[in-house]
Design a binder for this molecule. Structure first.
Ligand SMILES: [Zn+2]
Ligand SMILES: [Zn+2]
Length: 362
């Protein structure tokens, strides 16, 4: 098959032949129809998040089942699926309770093994990890579900307990941040979007955010706009300054949800724990979403309240994937997600225009 891989951290990823994956007995092979390019892939490429080398990145995939392992009875060749970026083992205490996204024996295609910047990807424990896609959902749109939309959904609903009419602050308007903006609006919240980039904040406003903040003391600005602070605030960036600003954006008894990864020297931000105690704030970490929770999110999409297509900024071919990953080292020139479409014939040489994009994203 063809895959985009890199042999060493930071060396340009290239498209070329790669051995077909073996189908696990308890898993499936998925023929990838679309896969998102995510900042987590960039972290893996630069070695911030160590991966086995050489490596095929890619973890936001949608496609169809191409082969089924001997122990799998619930899935068939041709089924249209996506998967969470964290796949549970299906056997441990956490998986049996439904908490597959924190499984200690988890696998993450694109991190613990070869991922979806490829024509085929192997997923183990299929009966724990596969998510059936509704008919008619474009794979380019569905590719965003496994990582960014699912992460934002669980952050807001499970941890934030976001309610109709609440104020939601979203720090960082990249893929997961804009996903949180859209989901917050779908759930009836009023959203304040925070980003240093005027273009990213403007996109959040276009998507329906009630207010945007681009200045320096962002927490103060959020508290002013929301009459005392947000009920729920999300750090979708993953930096000490945005994590602290998110906590400081909250009203009393508010919930901070950390979604952006805090890696290396940034791992332990100095959160104001005095305020956490005095104002009964709560601090949550959120890491993906188990497969069994996807129907709630898919219902928002199929009933028309949530349109993930609005998050797609650019559609490229597999041959443009390495460059798209490398470009994340510089300032962002694309608002919204970059998604790779791989056509049925496996051709990787075509760069497709994004369909029905707002002209501001062209
Ligand atoms: Zn991702
Ligand atoms: Zn497990």
């Amino acid at each position: 098959m063809l895959a985009v891989s890199f042999a060493e951290y930071g060396v340009a990823p290239t498209l070329g032949p790669w051995p077909d994956p073996e189908c696990p007995a308890d898993g499936v092979l998925i023929r990838v129809a679309a896969t998102g390019v995510c900042r987590s892939d960039w972290h893996a490429w630069l070695g911030h998040d160590p991966v086995p080398l050489p490596h095929v990145p890619g973890h936001e995939l949608a496609g169809s089942v191409a082969a089924v392992g001997a122990d799998v009875s619930a899935w068939s060749v041709g089924d249209r699926v996506t998967v969470p970026f964290v796949c549970g083992c299906g056997r441990c205490e956490w998986c049996r309770r439904g908490d597959t996204h924190v499984c200690p024996d988890q696998t993450q295609p694109g991190f613990t093994g070869p991922g979806s910047f490829a024509e085929l990807v192997a997923v183990s424990a299929a009966e724990t990890n596969l998510v059936r896609l509704p008919d008619g959902l474009d794979p380019v749109v569905a590719a965003s579900l496994g990582c960014r939309l699912a992460t934002a959904y669980r952050a807001l609903v499970t941890h934030g307990r976001l309610a109709d009419g609440d104020w939601l602050a979203v720090h960082g308007c990249g893929g997961v941040g804009l996903s949180a903006v859209l989901i917050g609006i779908a759930l009836g919240a009023r959203v304040v979007a925070v980003d240093v980039s005027e273009a990213a904040a403007a996109r959040a406003r276009e998507l329906g955010a009630s207010a945007v903040v681009t200045g320096t003391d962002t927490a103060e600005a959020v508290r002013g706009l929301t009459g005392g602070g947000a009920h729920v605030s999300v750090d979708a960036v993953g930096s000490p300054s945005t994590a602290v600003a998110s906590v400081r954006s909250l009203r009393r008894r508010g919930r901070h949800v950390q979604v952006g990864l805090l890696l290396g020297a940034d791992a332990s931000p100095p959160l104001p724990m005095d305020r956490v105690v005095a104002e009964e704030l709560s601090v949550h970490g959120s890491h993906g979403m188990p497969a069994h929770q996807y129907p709630e999110l898919l219902a928002l999409v199929t009933d028309g309240r949530l349109d993930p297509a609005l998050l797609v900024g650019r559609v490229i071919g597999l041959d443009g994937t390495g460059a798209a990953l490398a470009a994340m080292s510089g300032p962002s020139r694309t608002v919204g997600m970059t998604v790779v479409r791989i056509d049925d014939a496996g051709s990787a040489s075509q760069t497709l225009p994004a369909a029905s994009r707002p002209s501001s994203l062209a």
